[in-house]
Design a protein around this ligand. Structure first.
Ligand code: SF4
Length: 443
């Protein structure tokens, strides 16, 4: 019989199509259009549970579609179409801001994601955020996070991003080699990485994060080492490294299907994990600390990621825009993922919701547990206090097995993942799903 370690980490696992990364629970495939009434009910609930509030604003525009991208993005919208979209998101915010659940609250964190938020011009960003602030003031926001594509950044744009109040700028660098960026369909070139980073650095953001992807098309051992070296030279406040996955709605998957191949033309999972491991070790030698299965931070005491930490401890998240994902009073929902449908719903005064799921307390407990496992450490006491559940008792068998395989250790107070467990954490998490939620495909 194979061990758990072999099951989660066999000798060679090719990268096949599908989602590896677990970003929510219960899985999206259990969210349904029939449950959208639950969304209205969630916003009718008054706020008395102490959850923080965050706002996520989705900008679905990009200069070019990356071959590994599974988001709904638009590369052909003109300024007036973009203005129309931004106006609709403001209407959406105005509506929700008056509901019993949101009225009177101020967001603790704001996140601009995409797509490419930095695709917007400085004046567009200023106007959008002025209008957002007039509806839900940001004076209590401890973090304003913003995703930037290096090729869209110039000193003027970066100044505008700083001036709207962004505290955490995350640069989607992904790789330092222009040829690999090009092969993967990225819009930016390596030279723009350095220009964008320098522009950001000179504006003095509280935090600059850079994203890398281990295992892009045509990545090599030599080039991956170069990626690590270049990262260390830039010395950003935090580095986030994703392991390349190939979801079904990507160009790469389409090409695999056409050629009848089950395996994506990228490194296998063991190589991708080794690359992340090597990067983490190099970053640790340079003074960084590993703060999750994906992230290294330079100054753990001051470099926080409030969006992630609040989301993973049950905050309310109000998602605005096409395909955005929200979590309000225990109800998960996702907006419609086509921009014309989104616009039509807003024009008609309808909720632009595509699918939803009302979670129960047990599901919320599991969700927080799974997400916090990605940090590499879980406080058992947190779950005792918040949910009345002792994780070491509830998951006695699972934790014991994983501990015996050397993937984690635990006592009555904490669960701590070992590096080997942390690098394949998304694979371990399925063990803790309720049986009814275990499926072969999770989106
Ligand atoms: S920049 Fe991001 S959102 Fe845009 S196409 Fe590439 S991966 Fe997708």
């Amino acid at each position: 019989m194979s061990s758990i370690a072999e099951a989660v980490e066999p000798k060679k696992t090719p990268t096949e199509a599908g989602n590896y990364f677990i970003s929510n629970y219960p899985p999206f495939s259990f969210w349904s259009p029939e449950n959208t009434k639950e969304v209205e009910a969630a916003f009718e609930q008054t706020y008395d549970d102490g959850a923080s509030l965050g706002v996520y604003h989705h900008i679905p525009f990009c200069r070019k579609r990356c071959h590994f991208c599974y988001f709904r993005v638009y590369t052909d919208k003109n300024a007036s179409e973009i203005k129309d979209y931004l106006d609709k998101t403001i209407t959406e915010l105005e509506y929700f801001a008056k509901t019993p659940r949101i009225a009177g609250r101020k967001p603790r964190f704001i996140y601009f994601g995409g797509g490419t938020p930095s695709y917007l011009s400085g004046p567009q960003l200023t106007e959008l955020t002025d209008r957002m602030k007039a509806i839900l003031p940001w004076d209590e926001a401890e973090e304003v996070a913003f995703e930037g594509e290096p090729g869209t950044l110039n000193p003027r744009k970066v100044k505008a991003i700083k001036n709207i109040g962004v505290t955490r700028l995350s640069l989607g660098i992904e790789n330092f080699d222009s040829r690999i960026l090009e092969i993967n369909g990225r819009a930016h070139k390596a030279s723009e990485v350095y220009k964008g980073y320098e522009a950001a650095k000179s504006e003095g953001f509280d935090q600059i994060n850079i994203d890398l992807i281990a295992g892009m098309l045509e990545e090599t051992e030599v080039n991956w080492q170069r990626n690590i070296e270049e990262t260390l030279k830039l010395r950003p406040d935090s580095v986030t490294i994703y392991q390349m996955e190939i979801p079904y709605n990507t160009t790469i998957y389409k090409e695999m299907k056409e050629s009848g191949s089950l395996t994506a033309p990228v490194a296998d999972w063991q190589v991708k994990r080794r690359w992340v491991k090597e990067a983490f070790e190099a970053l640790e030698s340079a003074g960084y600390s590993i703060s999750s299965g994906y992230t290294a931070v330079l100054h753990p005491d001051k470099t926080k990621f409030i969006y992630r930490d609040e989301l993973w401890t049950g905050a309310d998240l109000l998602g605005l825009g096409v395909a955005s994902i929200s979590h309000i009073a225990g109800v998960h929902y996702q907006n419609v993922n086509e921009i014309t449908h989104y616009a039509k719903a807003i024009e008609k005064g309808e909720l632009p919701v595509h699918r939803a799921l009302k979670t129960n307390v047990e599901e919320r407990m599991i969700r927080e547990f799974l997400l916090q496992m990605k940090l590499g450490r879980v406080s058992i006491d947190y779950f005792r206090t918040k949910f009345g559940v002792d994780l070491s008792e509830r998951y006695e068998n699972e934790l014991k097995e994983l501990a015996e395989e050397g993937l984690l250790e635990y006592d009555s107070e904490n669960i701590r993942l070992h590096r080997r467990g942390l690098l394949c954490v998304d694979n371990l998490l399925f063990k803790f799903f309720l049986p009814k939620h275990v499926t072969s495909r999770l989106v």
